[in-house]
Design a protein around this ligand. Structure first.
Ligand SMILES: [Zn+2]
Length: 330
């Protein structure tokens, strides 16, 4: 997410509030961004900071080309600070160091912005140091406190900042953030966001070639199923088993297949639908959609049953073999 216009698509209230404060040049000295998905909060914080530093904003959007925008993008803007937990907590020393740095610098202009991620992890001592600073923040300093657990912040901290509650992030939005973070294509990041319950795991998977190959194997499996169902057992022996070896891998593989069948079914029910996870594979989805609705539904049920079996510790290889048998039956 690079612009307020993009932020507006999913977080219209937050986007409007931030834009208004920029337009009217009424910037608080502390904001608390809360929401269930911190990378999104951090992106919004970056955007807000970038706009505040930008030398030639277009209305309120950062221009993206001035020196400040470029420094923000490369992480080299000296008046922008970001701190995160050191281990399990954010320690008093970290806050004191930050306050010390803030008191020294102010090199580039009249504004300094500091972001505290997972701010609920501040120790009480750290939070108290921050509070002291809040009492006399000085000109031009803006705190952005991010947290997915605002109830754990000290009430005195909470009451000093403007609280902005982000709407829960949906998987699609998570996919978009992951796409920006990892540079992987839209389809792959949407898939990772769907099949990995934990966002950190999705991000890790996207950095590995294994996941790219996993998608290729699933698409190939679907190709075999559509065109050469009799060859499925051979394909599974020669290719699939080599890609999906342990239980966790098999589960991911099956979840990817589930996503495919879901796309096929929804596209069949509504040919104008555009929300598919396999965005690059529409021709294949449509080809599979030429099967009857009953067949597609049965396939979907078979793969969902296989996921349950793998989760219930049934031998993953046997589960996959049985699934191929069920799919072949059509
Ligand atoms: Zn700029």
């Amino acid at each position: 997410m690079q612009t307020f216009h993009e932020l507006e698509q999913t977080q219209s209230v937050i986007s409007t509030i931030l834009q208004n404060s920029l337009r009217n040049d009424r910037i608080n000295h502390a904001y608390i961004f809360t929401g269930d998905y911190e990378p999104l909060l951090l992106e919004a914080a970056h955007l807000f900071a970038k706009s505040l530093f930008c030398e030639a904003p277009v209305d309120v959007e950062p221009c993206g080309v001035c020196r400040s925008c470029r420094r923000m993008e490369s992480g080299n803007l000296v008046d922008y600070y970001e701190i995160e937990p050191d281990g399990a907590t954010i320690k008093k020393e970290q806050i004191q160091q930050l306050m010390h740095d803030l008191s020294l610098r102010g090199l580039e202009g009249d504004r300094q912005i500091y972001v505290i991620t997972q701010s609920h992890k501040m120790t009480p001592q750290a939070a108290n140091s921050l509070l002291k600073f809040f009492e006399e923040p000085g000109e031009g300093k803006v705190a952005l406190l991010l947290t997915n657990q605002p109830q754990l912040l000290l009430p005195t901290i909470r009451s000093r900042g403007q609280l902005l509650s982000f709407r829960p992030a949906d998987r699609q939005m998570i996919g978009e953030v992951l796409s920006e973070k990892t540079g992987r294509d839209h389809e792959l990041t949407q898939l990772a966001a769907r099949v990995y319950p934990k966002v950190e795991d999705a991000e890790e998977a996207l950095l590995e070639d294994w996941f790219v190959n996993a998608r290729a194997s699933v698409l190939q499996l679907m190709e075999e199923l559509a065109n050469r169902p009799a060859d499925l057992p051979l394909f599974v022996q020669e290719k699939w088993m080599g890609q999906f070896k342990n239980r966790q891998d098999v589960r991911i593989g099956l979840e990817l297949v589930t996503c495919f069948f879901e796309d096929v079914l929804r596209l069949k029910l509504n040919p104008a639908w555009e929300g598919m996870t396999y965005t690059n594979s529409k021709p294949q989805l449509e080809q599979m959609g030429s099967k009857s609705q009953t067949t597609i539904t049965r396939w979907l049920q078979a793969v969902l049953a296989a996921v349950r079996r793998v989760e219930a510790n049934v031998n993953p290889q046997l589960t996959v073999e049985r699934l191929m048998f069920d799919l072949q039956k059509g």
